[in-house]
Design a protein around this ligand. Structure first.
Ligand SMILES: Cc1ncc(COP(=O)(O)O)c(C=O)c1O
Ligand SMILES: [Zn+2]
Length: 418
């Protein structure tokens, strides 16, 4: 592919040829990033071309993705998710210019479809027969969804604790599901060994350099949907750190192509028990394992697989990291839903909890423009959502009983004014 110059190690800088490389750096084992011939791309992809492009999916950015053409692309719409102005929620949080990027609107209801679509297209080009991934849940359900109708087998490794709706998706789309008695990190190691032993193509976060490529498309969309204005801050939920590093790569590439003039600051939001990236960023040291314990299953990670890239993204964007408690995450689910009409799974709602905390601490000012990345739909984890709200009323189908209930609980609503 002429447009790709090199796959460069983010740790030691070693260059790798696309045709000879599938996963990590052969010198140090570090994660690779895809670098393009940006002068060539500049001729094909610019502000005018994008304005005239009717494609409403991640494939409007095909010129800067590691996929040769549209022949290998999964047949469902990935990306071009809505960006909403959330006035009520913004007022409640204390910022005037708040936006919600609703990535729960993707085919499998999470942001991960962006990565799975690109990696699947790449696998089709490579004529792979079996794909595998380890996942906290969403990357897996997304891969299962996007390979569902293809002539390709998908073998998934998830922790036994993965939420039932995500497991249901895996089974419905026809994946082979292996639930591992252990953590996501245990599932990751097992998947790695299985992939090597059976020659399966591995989509797992961190080792596969193409996931970041799919993820960067969300940053491109934010720029376009804000009419080429860069937001001041983007709040991103962080587990392995692949989403935040992908988002950063997207902004940097649009900047390098001259499509945007300014870069945003990225704010990494982590759960308190799963805050390895925050610790590494603040200490300046290596990414170290933590317990990974949090109700937000999607960001429950002991040792982040793309931690170094995440720390670099926060640092280079002059952003910061913030952690929130499980109680704050649960409380954020209904507040976000009632303030913006968007139902988020716990990891995604964490961004709102993080924003409220940042405003309280003075690290976000009321006149700044802020985007919250809502990375997964709330229906992905009903059990946690139900913990964050009250119970419904249950009555017999009887009008008298209903009247009593309404009177006792003052449910009639305000009287009409004359
Ligand atoms: C809904 C959701 N939010 C956030 C994340 C965190 O992404 P990353 O692990 O790349 O940091 C994930 C990853 O599984 C996710 O599914
Ligand atoms: Zn290296």
């Amino acid at each position: 592919m002429k447009k790709i110059k090199t796959l460069q190690c983010i740790r030691c800088g070693k260059d790798h040829k696309l045709a000879e490389t599938k996963y990590s750096c052969i010198a140090c084992g570090g994660n690779l990033q895809v670098l393009y011939d940006y002068n060539l791309i500049k001729k094909r992809l610019n502000y005018e071309v994008l304005n005239d492009n009717p494609e409403r999916s991640i494939w409007r950015y095909l010129d800067i993705l590691p996929v040769a053409n549209m022949k290998s692309v999964p047949p469902v719409q990935v990306g071009w998710t809505p960006l909403y102005r959330a006035e009520k929620l913004g007022a409640e949080a204390g910022v005037h210019n708040l936006y919600i990027k609703d990535d729960g609107r993707n085919p499998s209801a999470s942001f991960k479809d962006r990565a799975s679509a690109v990696v699947t297209a790449r696998a089709v080009e490579l004529k792979e027969k079996v794909m595998t991934t380890a996942s906290t849940g969403n990357a897996a359900s997304s891969l299962a969804c996007l390979t569902g109708s293809l002539d390709m087998k998908t073998v998934i490794f998830v922790p036994e604790t993965a939420p039932a709706p995500k497991v249901a998706q895996l089974l419905v789309f026809g994946a082979t599901v292996i639930m591992v008695r252990g953590t996501y990190d245990d599932a990751f190691e097992l998947c790695l060994k299985a992939g090597a032993e059976y020659g399966w193509y591995n989509r797992s976060t961190g080792i596969n350099p193409f996931t970041r490529e799919g993820k960067k498309t969300c940053a491109f969309e934010i720029c376009e949907q804000l009419n080429w204005e860069t937001p001041d801050k983007v709040f991103v939920p962080v587990g392995d750190g692949n989403i935040i590093s992908g988002i950063w790569k997207g902004f940097v590439e649009f900047h390098r192509l001259g499509i945007i003039e300014r870069l945003p600051q990225l704010v990494a939001v982590q759960a308190e028990g799963s805050d390895s990236v925050k610790r590494a960023f603040e200490s300046g040291g290596d990414v170290q394992p933590v317990s990974g314990k949090t109700i937000a299953d999607s960001i429950s990670v002991s040792l982040p697989r793309d931690g170094l890239a995440a720390v670099m993204a926060i640092r280079d964007s002059e952003g910061f990291a913030i952690s929130v408690t499980d109680a704050e995450i649960l409380e954020a689910i209904p507040r976000l839903a009632r303030g913006s009409n968007v139902f988020a799974e716990p990891a995604a709602a964490a961004t709102y909890a993080g924003l409220c905390k940042a405003v309280r601490e003075g690290t976000v000012k009321e006149n700044e423009s802020v985007v919250l990345l809502i990375t997964g739909n709330g229906l992905k984890d009903i059990q946690s959502a139900m913990q964050s709200v009250g119970k419904p009323y249950v009555i017999n189908p009887d009008m008298a009983e209903l009247r009593e209930l309404i009177a006792d609980n003052d449910l009639a609503g305000p009287d009409d004014e004359d």
